[in-house]
Design a protein around this ligand. Structure first.
Ligand code: UDP
Length: 331
């Protein structure tokens, strides 16, 4: 692909910074817009002096800034969001504002300047559907509006609706990717928003691993390099425009099995204990029981499938956490 200039919103975040690495390594120019709420400068610090890299500290709610950066770029990876169920449960209002209004601002700017936009969505969009594996054409099943958790799923679903309406009604080139539990180096060591980070941190700091509920709930953990590869394939494939794609590992793992696997790789002398959901999230929490992508659409249209097995990805992730031991704090 010929070199392009990409605007990456949320480019200092976990997935965003890995995307930035891949884009710059492939010869592209990158502007990152990030307000550093959950993103971290150190995730992109290694690029700061690079001639093809620019960092702008700012918000996607800043209409003028988004407009200017959009005009200067060829295409936009829109990853900036309040992410993770726990953040959203803690502050649903901020989550909805950033995730809905922010996306609208990005799409409007893209329309003004005729720029292609990739929207980072989430497997949360399937809600509590039990029709696994999840296909992009399946129903979303959301809980009641009295339960704040579902505002995250709904905001991401609405983002997709926005993107596809701009595509159908205004001819804007848009595509959405639904991420399935990405993990890897640079996950927040506090483990906020990722069970992988939490378990690794617990194991490395000699704490028991806290499995919520019966531990039989599953997730399809996807190593971040696979996540990034799928994201770039979605951006570069014209046939994907106007569609959402599952970007995730086609293998599911129970949380209990994950805990035992992480404990074994770390070699930690700690227990795996059960914690009731109510204690972890409060009494009105609803859990997604199984989460597994059907990847046939991504395989057929994007020629993408996740490749990195969980044990390989966990070893790389744990090695990174070991190098950053000094940043680990009690969970
Ligand atoms: N979980 C757990 N112990 C923890 C943190 C999370 O058992 O200390 C469970 C959580 O209840 C969920 C799964 O791990 O079933 C994945 O949680 P995460 O927050 O990583 O992402 P989610 O897929 O729920 O958005």
């Amino acid at each position: 692909m010929e070199p392009k200039h990409f605007l990456v919103t949320g480019g200092a975040g976990f997935i965003g910074s890995h995307l930035v690495d891949a884009l710059l390594e492939q010869g592209h120019t990158v502007t990152v817009l990030d307000n550093l709420t959950t993103g971290k400068l150190k995730n992109i610090a290694h690029w700061m002096q690079h001639p093809r890299f620019r960092f702008m500290c700012g918000s996607i709610l800043d209409v003028k800034l988004v407009d200017r950066l959009t005009a200067e770029a060829d295409s936009i990876y829109h990853l900036a969001a309040v992410v993770g169920v726990k953040y959203v449960v803690d502050d649903p209002l901020e989550g909805m504002l950033v995730n809905i209004k922010g996306t609208e601002i990005v799409l409007e700017a893209a329309l003004r300047h005729h720029r292609k936009v990739l929207i980072a969505s989430s497997s949360e969009v399937y809600g509590k559907s039990n029709q696994v594996p999840f296909r992009e054409t399946d129903n979303s099943v959301f809980g009641p509006t009295s339960i704040p958790r579902w505002s995250y799923a709904l905001s991401k679903a609405l983002d997709e609706h926005f993107a596809f309406a701009y595509h159908r009604q205004r001819g804007l080139k848009t595509v959405a990717v639904r991420y399935f539990n990405a993990y890897g180096p640079r996950l927040d060591p506090r483990g906020y928003g990722s069970v992988v980070a939490r378990f690794i941190t617990q194991a490395l700091t000699g704490q028991d691993l806290t499995v919520y509920g019966d531990g039989q709930q599953t997730r399809s953990f996807t190593f971040v390099q696979d996540t990034v590869r799928g994201t770039m394939a979605a951006m570069s494939t014209p046939e994907g425009e106007g569609l959402a794609f599952n970007i995730g590992n086609a293998h599911e793992t129970s949380i209990e099995a994950l805990a035992h696997q992480i404990r074994a790789i770390v070699g930690a002398d700690v227990d795996v204990i059960r914690v009731p959901y109510a204690q972890a999230y409060g009494s009105d929490f609803e859990e997604t029981r199984r989460r597994l992508p059907d990847h046939s659409r991504a395989v057929e249209i994007l020629e993408f499938r996740a490749k990195i097995p969980l044990d390989v990805g966990l070893q790389k992730t744990i090695a990174w956490f070991e190098e950053h031991q000094d940043e680990l704090i009690s969970t």
